[in-house]
Design a protein around this ligand. Structure first.
Ligand SMILES: [Zn+2]
Length: 225
């Protein structure tokens, strides 16, 4: 085993800490003034909560493609569909589709925020003929839904929800193979090590094994080295 495997934090809104390789989410509107370190990996996108419904599609495409073209930007997003907000789904979908186009053009995966719209997104993936990985972050759906997502070519990332007992995310995580998930802190401010410890306990393995396996998949699938 390689001791140099860092913790991978698949989705966070905070800068990385030592020993953690994190994919830090930057909102597109903040990208210009963002001044991270050169080795910080980023994802950039227009979050569904920030969709106003009046975006000019061509302009958004140009802005997103420009930002996403930076080498540090390893993924596009978070973008997605959220049925818990007032913004009509069609308008969210129009913005999502632009992220999809940039993802395919630049060959970078999509980080997806999804609230009660999994079936819509899985159908979209099929209809759009996506070739890039789509990663549902903060997954907290059922084990059955988890399997459906994976069978559709999507990836899952679990966050702080797994720390709670009797959470659906816990049951889903237990149902998956050790090479079928990523872990994240999202906007919790928690230490990613805490999420790994809990996941290792649930998967009856060690943190070291999880670190190794997740890091390998991260480099292969997300960074596409
Ligand atoms: Zn987030």
């Amino acid at each position: 085993m390689n001791a140099s495997h860092s913790y991978i934090d698949l989705h966070t809104h905070k800068p990385g800490k030592p020993g953690v390789k994190s994919l830090q989410n930057i909102f597109l509107s903040d990208f210009e003034k963002f001044s991270g370190t050169k080795d910080q990996l980023l994802s950039v996108g227009l979050h569904p909560w920030r969709v106003r419904g009046q975006e000019d599609p061509d302009l958004l495409f140009q802005q997103l493609k420009f930002a996403a073209g930076y080498q540090q930007v390893a993924a596009i997003g978070e973008t997605g569909l959220d049925k818990s907000i007032e913004m009509p789904l069609e308008r969210q979908e129009a913005v999502f589709n632009i992220h999809f186009e940039v993802s395919e053009e630049l060959q970078k995966p999509l980080i997806i925020h999804c609230v009660r719209a999994y079936q819509e997104l899985l159908l979209l993936r099929k209809n759009l003929g996506a070739t890039q990985p789509w990663i549902f972050h903060g997954f907290a759906g059922s084990a059955q839904l988890a399997r459906q997502c994976i069978n559709s070519g999507c990836l899952l990332s679990f966050g702080p929800a797994i720390l709670k007992d009797h959470n659906r995310a816990v049951h889903s995580l237990i149902s998956l193979g050790i090479d079928e998930f990523f872990l994240e802190t999202d906007d919790s401010g928690l230490d990613i090590a805490e999420i790994y410890e809990r996941a290792a306990l649930l998967k009856q393995t060690t943190v070291e094994v999880l670190r190794e396996r997740i890091a390998e998949r991260f480099h292969k699938i997300i960074i596409q080295e």
